[in-house]
Design a protein around this ligand. Structure first.
Ligand code: 3PG
Length: 237
């Protein structure tokens, strides 16, 4: 009896009917992993995205996610890299397939969602948008696998059990080389715990540039927070 060596990569599993999304060796996840920190933003004024991007860059954070929780996110020139080309700008909170083309048209470099919505994942695959769906359970991971997703948002990281929970749900899929971005409840005080996990590509959250600091234009504080996060990430890597 001979056991054939199996190729376990998600896209070799004959399930991957669509384009592959966010492969671990693609340039976009590579940039997110190199940054190690992803700032999650809710902006109320279009122009704030550029100012926040500059404040984050000044602190050494060069990856951010503008959430589709306000109408100001997509029209910002920060998304199309016009004014801040050094910043990698993705779009988060993609919860409807129709939003995928809007993100692509606006120039978003990648997409993120809180959940594992097959319609959204399929639309992202069809549009060629690097995309990380949100997962919190093994069933979520298995919904994402057929689409070739190799980078997954672990959300909400803190309230679902932190790195311990992630280690447990990720264990059955360790041979697939999946990587995770814990988001939700991550702070400068606990980010090192998450970055200790070898399946963690990067961490992120809104603590770097919370909505109230953006609304009040407190760029100094945002730069200080980015610097603090950069220091922790550099220490962990
Ligand atoms: C989100 O999508 O809301 C993010 O994951 C941010 O969560 P946080 O506000 O807890 O950082």
């Amino acid at each position: 009896m001979r056991i054939e060596r199996m190729d376990f990569s998600p896209c070799s599993m004959a399930l991957c009917a669509h384009g592959c999304l966010m492969k671990t060796d693609d340039p976009i996840p590579g940039r997110i992993a190199a940054s190690g920190v992803l700032a999650v933003l809710v902006i109320d004024r279009v122009e704030d995205a550029v100012a926040v991007a500059e404040a984050l860059l000044a602190g050494g954070v060069d990856a951010m996610e503008l959430t589709l929780r306000t109408e100001a996110a997509l029209p910002s020139p920060a998304v199309s890299s016009e004014q801040v080309p050094e910043m990698l700008v993705g779009i988060g909170t993609i919860i409807d397939p129709s939003q995928v083309m809007q993100v692509v048209d606006a120039g978003g470099a990648f997409g993120v969602a809180p959940g594992t919505n097959p319609g959204v994942i399929r639309a992202a695959a069809d549009a060629g948008l690097p995309f990380a769906p949100g997962i919190m359970t093994p069933s979520d991971i298995e919904r994402a696998l057929p689409f070739g997703c190799e980078i997954l948002k672990f959300f909400p990281a803190g309230s679902s059990g932190g790195l311990n929970h992630l280690r447990n749900i990720a264990a059955p899929y360790a041979h697939l080389g999946l990587k995770y971005i814990p988001l939700g409840g991550v702070t400068v005080d606990n980010m090192a715990d998450y970055l200790a996990g070898d399946m963690v590509a990067a961490v992120g959250g809104s603590w770097l540039a919370p909505r109230d600091l953006i609304a009040s234009g407190n760029w100094k504080e945002i730069t200080a927070r980015a610097k603090a996060a950069r220091a922790v990430a550099d220490q962990c890597r």
